[in-house]
Design a protein. Structure first.
Length: 243
């Protein structure tokens, strides 16, 4: 495996334990000299993703020795009070549906913005230059805080407010889920695809039923995106990623 393309840069990956953040972690490990991770307990119903985080980290370290040398500490931040305020389908027993605002009831208002504030404060203390998130506005559920326009504004706000020069990187922003699978293959071959498929957790309902595309219920919006992306990638002959 080649040396990192940006060996002097130090990154903090917002790492949930899901498919997208796992691919982002691999992407960061291939680019930066040091990569730390941060996760957030916001009272999510699919709390099992927090367990998946450690499995993915340890498996990546075991199977990719070069990445293990660059993988720094993991940080977990408790913001369960924020989740209690939101009262969405991700934090309370509530049907997954489209609300009167035209957004899925799984949308946690301001979640990514809050994540980034905490991540930036941590990065400032740890001397990290780059924030990496798995936000995407191509194949996604319509969350407004996943749009690059939102994140550009947030990047400027964080740099102004902390007197910093963070770079906020979103490598999946304009990729379909099929392209995300292809990127995983390009970054780490079958070994990384298997980690993403078998060890990550995306299902909103916390279900871990096994399927060829991974583990989940297969019916919630997060699973549906994952199922469709995997099927499209397979149907295309499992190609590599072409930017």
């Amino acid at each position: 495996m080649t040396s990192p393309s940006h060996p002097s840069a130090r990154a903090l990956v917002l790492f949930s334990g899901g498919q997208d953040s796992a691919v982002c972690l691999a992407w960061a490990l291939a680019r930066y000299g040091l990569v730390e991770t941060v996760g957030f307990d916001y009272g999510q119903r699919h709390h099992i993703e927090l367990e998946a985080r450690q499995v993915v980290r340890s498996t990546l370290a075991d199977q990719f020795p070069a990445w293990r040398e660059r993988l720094g500490p993991d940080h977990m931040i408790d913001i369960t009070t924020f989740g209690a305020i939101a009262e969405t389908a991700l934090t309370v027993e509530r049907a997954i549906e489209i609300t009167e605002k035209g957004l899925p009831s799984t949308f946690v208002p301001g979640r990514n913005l809050v994540f980034l504030i905490y991540a930036a404060a941590l990065a400032d203390r740890r001397g990290l230059d780059v924030l990496v998130g798995g936000m995407c506005e191509t194949d996604y559920s319509g969350y407004p805080d996943c749009r690059r326009e939102t994140l550009d504004a947030m990047e400027r706000t964080l740099n102004l407010g902390l007197e910093q020069c963070f770079s906020l990187e979103t490598p999946l922003m304009y990729l379909t889920k099929a392209q995300t699978w292809a990127l995983a293959h390009d970054l780490g071959g079958e070994a990384l695809v298997n980690i993403v498929r078998d060890d990550t957790h995306t299902c909103y309902l916390g279900v871990r039923d096994p399927h060829d595309w991974g583990k989940g219920c297969g019916a919630c919006p997060a699973c549906q995106l994952r199922v469709r992306g995997f099927a499209e990638w397979m149907a295309a002959g499992r190609p590599g990623f072409c930017p």
